[in-house]
Write a protein that binds this ligand. Structure first.
Ligand code: MG
Length: 240
């Protein structure tokens, strides 16, 4: 359970300790311990990725932004550019890993149960089961959640936040940690722009307000628009 975002058993700890007046200090200590442990596993993952010369991307978003559809389209159109492996994170089911495997690419599903994010320890175990090809690409699809995954380094080179145009354009302001932690924002479902009220300029301004350096690319997993730019962005960073 995630003590960092305050859900699950942290609340129990809070109730339990309330009468002793030490709840806040204890919560902060648990949070620090969890993140320190995670940082150790993330460093180990990063060392392994360096060894196999693999570029790892951590895809984060709220549920339903189209992360899996984007990965399927990216693999289908540009999969020949790099050896690809995928780690899928969801609370339940292996549906997303099955969608990835249908493209012919290896995929491992992690089910977090009640957990609201992947952590570096889980990702390390999933990496044990993957053959990471030299100069390859590891795509990690995190649990759909714009809060907790921001705090957990998985050992990736970059976080890629996906925001779809069916969501609110003010999400970067509401969930600033995630947009501050990401190097790229993919504005997905761009093919729907003529049919929805979504102010692209306002959204881009909001994202840049929390992260002036963030790169923004409108894309569509459905029409394929914008994906060449994203594939080129990956190629420019892929070890090789
Ligand atoms: Mg998915």
């Amino acid at each position: 359970m995630c003590a960092v975002c305050g859900c699950g058993d942290t609340m129990e700890a809070h109730d339990h300790e309330h009468s002793h007046g030490g709840a806040e200090a204890r919560t902060i200590r648990i949070e620090r311990d969890i993140l320190a442990k995670n940082a150790g596993y993330a460093a180990a993952n990063r060392a392994r990725l360096r060894q196999s010369n693999t570029l790892a991307l951590n895809f984060v978003s709220s549920p339903g932004s189209g992360k899996t559809a984007l990965l399927v389209r990216l693999i289908t159109e540009f999969g020949a550019r790099w050896p690809i492996a995928v780690i899928e994170g969801d609370q339940q089911t292996s549906r997303d890993a099955e969608r990835i495997r249908a493209t012919g690419v290896q995929a491992i599903q992690i089910n977090t149960g009640r957990g609201c994010h992947l952590d570096a320890h889980m990702v390390g175990h999933a990496m044990d089961q993957l053959a990471l090809g030299a100069n390859g690409l590891l795509c990690i699809e995190n649990v759909g959640n714009l809060v907790c995954p921001a705090a957990f380094d998985l050992g990736e080179a970059h976080k890629v936040v996906v925001l779809s145009v069916t969501e609110g354009e003010d999400k970067p302001l509401k969930y600033p940690d995630m947009f501050a932690a990401s190097d790229v924002m993919l504005l997905n479902k761009a093919d729907l722009l003529p049919y929805v009220e979504f102010d692209v300029q306002a959204c881009m301004a909001a994202a840049r307000r929390v992260n002036p350096a963030i790169e923004i690319m409108p894309v569509s997993a459905r029409s394929g628009e914008g994906l060449v730019a994203f594939a080129d962005w990956i190629t420019a960073r892929a070890p090789g």
